[in-house]
Write a protein that binds this ligand. Structure first.
Ligand code: FAD
Length: 555
């Protein structure tokens, strides 16, 4: 179990990792950071911002924040930290937009790198319009800026998240999933190349791994499991003294792709920031349509047929009313008379991209799609919006929530990937018995065909061809109590997770959060060994992305 320092807030008092006491970095460490020659700069005071995130539940104060202006600032800082002795070596967390939920982009007593300040050489966002178009962007760039820039060339990335004010490096460290992923795979499957600053790097990292494996065998009479990370760490420290012999680089800037340094490339994609810091990404583009036709219908019961559609909301309360005010009902009279009577309803959202100058057959296509669905006719809502408006749709909600002081509140979100064979069991128990009220946030369900996903990345998914992302997205404003209170929602999340484990659903968390390494091992399953090997090759002292709490920093 991770060591735990008493928290200083009473939010969620029965959870042990909430807020750490202020940390005062040792003065020699601070002064050593000040000696670095950088294009950007460090800040050492007023660091509370770096100890917060969208989740607003976990708060770990760093010692310093680096505001890099160049990739070499990041590389020099990591090189410098790797050169510190084990006792003072600082942890390092890249922070994109800080829209993590449980402190994943924080570094208690360490260095947080503010990736948004990174400037890359040449045009910040470079669009290549050749036959295989792509865009080169900084790891700290926001997806919304990538969208606006690529649209100038009639192009756009193919796969998105629902919300675009997230950084490229932040979503590529997870997966990046939205309605397009059933067709194009998640964002991590739409990347051609990355530039990464690793903790350590050797041209053929496998040689380090084989060296350690051989050492472990010869050093021990016991048959030590290779994934015994503690042992690997010990060995790493010994090995480090031999660094000259092994010629291992520290804080190296590495370009990687499917054909060059592929192990690093696939490790970093979905790698939860464990193997290096993404400073640049080359993302695949496709032709962009200008408009989006959006259809929303309600169904009483989810069936596989419905759940093969684009995206589904679960509604028990007021969602229908809010659709009424934002969309045009196909039949206004029937729509105004329809009442859900508090029953569980599934709301299907379908979209079709099109260009206004080529609308022939659009309505027919939509009619055909709808005719295959057994929906409640009076609940058909339509709307037409621009491509940008559609993709940036959550921004409008953000602005409204911010104006009411309801954006920067705790968000005890839970995202799960459920295999198709067990989705109905999940729905029966979770929507039928555990989540009795969804008034404090939507529940989204996205179906995916895994054939479109590249399984060489670090991301782990259930072992089936069709999986569903089920996202519970509540907020818990400070004074909320009862079913809307943080305590209640967190208990409910735990019940859902316990049910998944007990019923052996084969579910995986997306944006995972665990407290022990055993839980992480279970999460990665047969992929754990590869994940741990990569950690020992690229970040042997476990200084990177400590907020994920997968590996403990070597001391
Ligand atoms: P951060 O929170 O800053 O960082 C996340 C992790 O990545 C940390 O461990 C950090 O250390 C690491 N990291 C950050 N930058 C880098 C880098 N350059 N190199 C290496 N590691 C790095 N996700 C989806 O998939 N689909 C959605 O539709 C979706 N919608 C969302 C809507 C909202 C309102 C919010 C708040 C989140 C949503 N997410 C969604 C989750 C989101 O994708 C992740 O939380 C993502 O990590 C946030 O990006 P960020 O830039 O804020 O990353």
């Amino acid at each position: 179990v991770w060591s735990c320092i008493p928290h200083t807030t009473n939010i969620c008092s029965n959870h042990s990792f909430d807020t750490f006491p202020p940390h005062s970095g040792s003065s020699s460490v601070l002064s050593s950071l000040k000696t670095l020659t950088l294009n950007g700069y460090f800040t050492f005071d007023n660091l509370e911002h770096a100890a917060n995130d969208f989740g607003n539940i976990f708060h770990y104060l760093p010692t310093a924040v680096l505001h890099p202006k160049s990739v070499s600032d990041i590389s020099s800082t990591i090189k410098h930290i790797m050169g510190m002795d084990s006792a003072t070596k600082l942890s390092v967390a890249a922070r994109g937009r800080g829209h993590s939920l449980q402190g994943q982009a924080q570094a208690y007593g360490g260095v947080v790198i503010n990736m948004e300040s990174l400037e890359v050489e040449g045009p910040g966002i470079f669009v290549e319009t050749s036959e295989v178009p792509y865009v080169d962007v900084s790891g700290g760039e926001l997806w919304v800026n990538v969208l606006h820039e690529t649209l100038k060339y009639g192009l756009s990335p193919k796969s998105w998240t629902d919300y675009l004010h997230l950084t490229v490096g932040g979503t590529l460290s997870n997966a990046g999933i939205s309605g397009q992923a059933f067709r194009h795979g998640p964002q991590i499957n739409n990347v051609y190349q990355l530039q990464v600053v690793t903790g350590t790097f050797k041209e053929n990292s496998n040689s380090i791994i084989s060296w350690k494996r051989a050492k472990l065998k010869s050093n021990s009479k016991r048959n030590i499991e290779f994934t015994d990370y503690g042992k690997l760490n010990e060995l790493t420290t010994q090995q480090w003294n031999l660094t000259g012999d092994l010629n291992v680089g520290r804080g190296e800037v590495i370009t990687c792709s499917d054909t060059k340094n592929a192990d690093l490339f696939y490790g970093v994609l979905g790698g939860l920031g464990q193997f290096g810091i993404i400073t640049r990404a080359r993302i695949s583009l496709g032709p962009a349509k200008k408009m989006v036709s959006k259809e929303i219908v309600f169904v009483n019961r989810g069936s596989h047929r419905h759940w093969a559609s684009n995206r589904i909301y679960v509604d028990r309360t007021g969602l229908l009313n809010s659709w009424r005010s934002s969309f045009n009902p196909k039949n206004p009279i029937q729509a105004s008379q329809f009442s859900s009577d508090g029953k569980l309803l599934y709301c299907l959202e379908m979209v079709k991209y099109y260009n206004p100058e080529k609308m022939d057959g659009l309505n027919q296509d939509i009619e055909e799609l709808l005719s295959e669905l057994n929906y409640i006719p009076s609940t058909l809502f339509l709307s037409e919006v621009s491509y940008v408006e559609f993709l940036d749709r959550v921004r409008m909600s953000e602005i409204k929530l911010r104006s009411k002081g309801l954006w920067e509140v705790p968000h005890p979100w839970l995202n799960l990937l459920i295999p198709k064979s067990r989705i109905l069991d999940f729905a029966r128990e979770v929507f039928g018995k555990i989540v009795k009220d969804s008034s404090n946030g939507p529940i989204l369900i996205y179906p995916f065909n895994k054939a479109k996903w590249n399984n060489r990345t670090s991301m782990v998914t259930p072992e089936e061809d069709i999986i569903y992302l089920v996202a519970f997205l509540p907020s818990a404003p400070p004074l909320s109590t009862g079913t809307e209170g943080l305590e209640h929602i967190m208990t409910q999340n735990k019940r859902i997770l316990d049910f998944c484990t007990k019923a052996r659903l084969g579910a995986k968390q997306y944006l995972p959060h665990y407290r022990t390494q055993d839980e992480w091992r279970a999460h990665f399953g047969t992929h754990w060994e590869t994940f741990a090997q990569r950690k020992s090759a690229y970040d042997p002292f476990a200084i990177l992305a400590p907020g994920q709490r997968i590996f403990q920093k070597a001391v």
